[in-house]
Write a protein that binds this ligand. Structure first.
Ligand code: AMP
Ligand code: MG
Length: 404
């Protein structure tokens, strides 16, 4: 049995980043750039007015109450051809280019019009560059606006649009196959007969993948039978990653490792000192990554969070793999009965500048009812048997933590 830390390290060490692909920029949200993006022009492309007002030469209005002759109107989208002479100003709108001869803009709120609008009185003094973003101040043509390895969040989609980068190289998000195993499992729309239970794992895992922006394919349920397992596993190995649940512990019908081995599989580890989730297997068949997770719903979801998610993030090229771990104040006594690093379902919240954590009462790793109320994990080290109210604890936040 290996430690959680080793399991994560070994997993990452054997998980390659995906190859770059070219994608339409509108479809890149949540992926990672696989190339530098250079601006094909200066931004802004001209001296841009930040205000609705009057473009002028600051020399003409260094003192208040300068009176200038209004000689033009420059809306956004126009390209002024005239040059301001000393003593002249032009009405200008936000986003419009300054005319030659102007180096500042006095906003409309700080002027008064005289002589039926032919003269503008500048009510407050103007310094050079006032309310103007100079050409190329944001970025110069040929300079990098983004570098490879950048996570693409919403403002970056806008930047790609602004720089005309409509085709973008990103790391190809892996495609994931999800396979549940177990004779007792039935589909969610079926009322289980005595002894049966509904397959929930496949859907939790699919939801977790979809939150990561990954396409996944549910391959259904394989019976606890070598032929059935082999058939489905072979199907799953067509994908970049195969996520399986169940059939990996010490039971008579836990055949997953046997079948993976028969298919040429190689295991990096088959047990991890994590609670819940000890019988966790990570291996490869050929180049394909296989995670065989324990069948208990809380175990498989927890191991996904702690071990699988970082691997998927690495494949996607993310700069950061791990979920955030914060220090929180424990709000209730917690007794740790585990001999392994314990990831206990918890509710965490942020209030008045600090995090708080309430461990949930649970009936164990099959207790999906209590688990569904959690938004985080209280991480209890192996050697810690009790944690008292108000003690600081480490808490791993889940992605939707701040919405729950
Ligand atoms: P196993 O790891 O196959 O021994 O399964 C451990 C426990 O998890 C058993 O109680 C199973 O019925 C349950 N289980 C296994 N697979 C699933 C699944 N896909 N959905 C919900 N529960 C499951
Ligand atoms: Mg089973």
């Amino acid at each position: 049995m290996i430690s959680v830390r080793d399991a994560i390290e070994i997993t990452l060490a054997n998980t390659p980043r995906q190859k770059p692909v070219e994608a339409d920029f509108t479809r890149c949200i949540g992926t990672v750039l696989a190339e530098d993006v250079l601006s094909d022009m200066d931004m802004p492309p001209f001296n841009r007015s930040m205000m609705d007002g009057y473009a002028l030469a600051s020399d003409d209005a260094l003192l208040a109450a300068a009176k200038l002759q209004v000689v033009g109107f420059i809306p956004a989208g126009s390209n002024p051809k005239f040059k301001l002479q000393p003593g002249q100003a032009a009405k200008i709108m936000t986003g419009a280019p300054l005319p030659e001869g102007a180096d500042a803009v006095r906003e409309v709120e700080k002027v008064r019009l005289l002589d039926q609008g032919r003269v503008v009185e500048i009510l407050e003094p103007v310094k050079p560059g006032l309310n103007v973003v100079p050409k190329g101040a944001e970025v110069k043509a040929g300079e990098a606006v983004l570098t490879a390895g950048t996570y693409i969040q919403a403002p970056i989609i806008g930047l790609l649009a602004a720089t005309g980068k409509v085709k973008v190289k990103i790391y190809k998000p892996p495609e994931v196959a999800i396979l549940a195993t177990g004779d007792e499992l039935v589909d969610p729309h079926i009322k289980p007969m005595p002894g049966q239970i509904r397959n929930s794992n496949s859907f939790t895992l699919q939801a977790l993948c979809s939150r990561l922006g990954l396409k996944s394919r549910i391959l259904g349920v394989a019976k606890d039978d070598k032929n059935a397992l082999r058939f489905k596993i072979v199907e799953g190995l067509k994908y970049d990653v195969l996520l399986m649940t169940g059939g990996v512990s010490m039971g008579d019908l836990d055949l997953v490792q046997d079948v993976l081995k028969e298919l040429g599989g190689h295991f990096y580890y088959q047990k991890v000192a994590i609670k819940p989730g000890k019988p966790t297997v990570f291996g490869k068949v050929g180049e394909k990554l296989v995670f065989a997770l324990p069948g208990n719903p809380v175990s498989s979801a927890t191991v996904f969070e702690v071990i699988v998610r970082p691997a998927l993030r690495k494949m996607m090229g993310y700069p950061v793999y791990q979920n955030p771990i914060v220090t929180a104040v424990l709000t209730e006594y917690f007794a740790n009965h585990s001999q392994r690093e314990n990831y206990h379902p918890a509710v965490c919240w942020y209030e008045d500048g600090q995090f708080f954590c309430r461990p949930l009462r649970t009936r164990g790793s099959g207790d999906i009812v209590s688990f569904a109320r959690s938004n985080s994990y209280l991480i209890c080290p192996i050697d810690k048997k009790e944690i008292y109210e108000n003690e600081p604890v480490q808490v791993m936040l889940r992605e939707d933590f701040y919405l729950t």
